[in-house]
Design a protein around this ligand. Structure first.
Ligand code: PLP
Length: 359
C-alpha cells in the first residue's frame, strides 16, 4: 500500500492555477502588495465577512506581527498544548510565555487557569483554537475586560469556523491563521492577520513591509510579505474551501462512528456547528496504547502524528516554569490520524478498524 501520511496538501485543478500564473507573467509583479495579493485579501474579507485581512508569509510571522502591532512587552498567558510556533513567536518578540493548563475535553486553554495566573506583569492572552475547536471566546473577552488585557487568537487551524454565523476570527483584538501547505486553505506557505480595527490593520501593513508608510519609514518593521504566487494559489483554493470542509467532515464522521464507542479512547469535545474538521485527534488512556497503535499503523505504511507533543512547558528554553498536568498527560497520549480531502473512505474505515483491533 502507498504511504498514508497524517495529511496531504489540497491540490486544485492545475489548469485553474495556470490561469493565474499567466496573469503573473503579464504583470511581472511577483511580490509586494501586488494585484493578486490585493484580490486575495478582498476575497478573504468577503468570505469571512470581516473588514481587515492582512496576508503574510506564514502563520508564525502572523503571530509575531500581531504581538508587535499591539506593542506588547511583558508576560503573555498562553497554552502549552500547541505547536511550538505559538510560544516561539512570543519569545522572538521578547515577551515571556506563561503556560497555563488546558481543559481536558476541548483541549483549549482553561479560562479558570487564565484567571488564576494573571499577575501585574501580564499584558495579554494568546489563546489557540486547538484543531479548529473554538476557545471559550466570550469568557476570555470578559476576563480581558476585567483585567485590561489584550487578546490574540492563534487560529492557525481555524479557517472557516463560525460562531452563531460570525467568523471566529472576529473575536479578540487580533486573530491569526496559517495557510501552510497542509492547512485547510493552503498557499504553499502563508498566513494572515485579521482584525476588526482599521488602525491595527494599517499598522500591520506597515510592519509587514519594513515599517514603510508610503516612502517614509515610520515603524520598526520587517519582511512579512506574501508573494503573488502564494496569493494565486489562495485565490484558486478559496473556491474549494467549503467542498474541502464537507469532504473532511464525511471522513471525520467515519472515524468518529467507529472509535467513539471504544472505552479506552477519548475524542476531543467539539460542537459540530462551529468546527472545520481539520484534524482527527485520538486520546488514549495510556502512552503504551498509543505506541502500540502507532507501531501497528506504521507496519501498514500509515503514518499518524503525535501532535502536539511534547507539552511546551516541559521544554527547557522557556523561562517561566509552570505545572500543567492536563496538557502534559494529553500531549503524551494523543495521536492525530490521517485526514485530508483525497483520502479514500475505505482507508479511513480500515485505519479505524485497525485501531479497534489493537486496543
Ligand atoms: C497552532 C499553530 N500555530 C502556528 C503555526 C505556524 O504556522 P506556519 O507553519 O504557517 O508558520 C502552526 C503550524 O502548524 C500551528 O499548528
Amino acid at each position: 500500500m502507498d504511504a498514508v501520511h497524517v495529511t496531504k496538501p489540497f491540490l486544485p485543478p492545475l489548469k485553474e492555477f495556470i490561469i493565474y500564473l499567466e496573469k503573473l507573467w503579464e504583470t511581472g509583479i511577483f511580490t509586494h502588495n501586488g494585484p493578486l495579493l490585493n484580490q486575495f485579501e478582498q476575497e478573504l474579507q468577503n468570505y469571512l465577512n470581516i473588514e481587515n485581512v492582512v496576508c503574510v508569509s506564514n502563520g508564525t510571522i502572523a503571530i509575531q506581527l500581531a504581538i508587535k502591532a499591539l506593542a506588547l512587552h511583558g508576560e503573555i498567558i498562553t497554552t502549552p498544548f500547541t505547536f511550538i510556533a505559538t510560544a516561539d513567536a512570543i519569545l522572538w518578540e521578547k515577551c515571556k510565555p506563561v503556560f497555563v493548563d488546558i481543559d481536558p475535553e476541548t483541549l483549549n486553554i482553561s479560562t479558570e487557569e487564565i484567571e488564576k495566573n494573571i499577575t501585574e506583569n501580564t499584558v495579554a492572552i494568546l489563546a489557540v483554537h486547538v484543531f479548529g475547536n473554538p476557545c471559550d471566546v466570550k469568557k476570555i473577552h470578559e476576563i480581558s475586560q476585567k483585567y485590561n488585557l489584550r487578546v490574540i487568537y492563534d487560529g492557525a487551524h481555524a479557517m472557516g469556523v463560525r460562531i452563531d454565523g460570525k467568523t471566529l476570527f472576529s473575536y479578540g483584538d487580533i486573530s491569526t491563521v496559517s495557510f501552510h501547505a497542509t492547512k485547510l486553505l493552503q498557499t504553499f506557505e502563508g498566513g494572515a492577520v485579521i482584525t476588526e480595527s482599521g488602525e491595527i490593520a494599517r499598522k500591520l501593513k506597515r510592519l509587514r513591509f519594513f515599517g514603510y508608510e508610503g516612502r517614509d519609514i515610520v515603524d520598526e518593521g520587517f519582511n512579512g510579505k506574501m508573494t503573488e504566487v502564494s496569493a494565486a494559489m489562495g485565490l484558486v483554493n478559496l473556491k474549494y474551501l467549503d467542498e474541502v470542509i464537507s469532504r473532511r467532515k464525511k471522513l471525520y464522521e467515519i472515524y468518529q462512528m467507529t472509535l467513539c464507542p471504544i472505552k479506552k479512547i477519548t475524542l476531543q469535545k467539539i460542537n459540530p456547528k462551529s468546527f472545520n474538521y481539520s484534524y482527527f485527534p485520538v486520546i488514549f488512556e495510556r502512552e503504551q496504547d498509543l505506541l502500540k497503535v502507532e507501531h501497528r499503523l506504521k507496519e501498514s505504511n500509515i503514518h499518524p502524528r503525535r501532535y502536539f507533543y511534547p507539552s511546551l512547558n516541559t521544554l527547557d528554553f522557556f523561562p517561566i516554569k509552570t505545572y500543567t498536568p492536563n496538557s502534559e498527560r494529553i500531549a503524551k497520549n494523543i495521536l492525530c490520524l490521517p485526514l485530508y480531502d483525497s483520502l479514500p473512505e475505505e482507508t479511513v474505515q480500515m485505519i479505524a478498524n485497525l485501531i479497534v483491533d489493537v486496543i
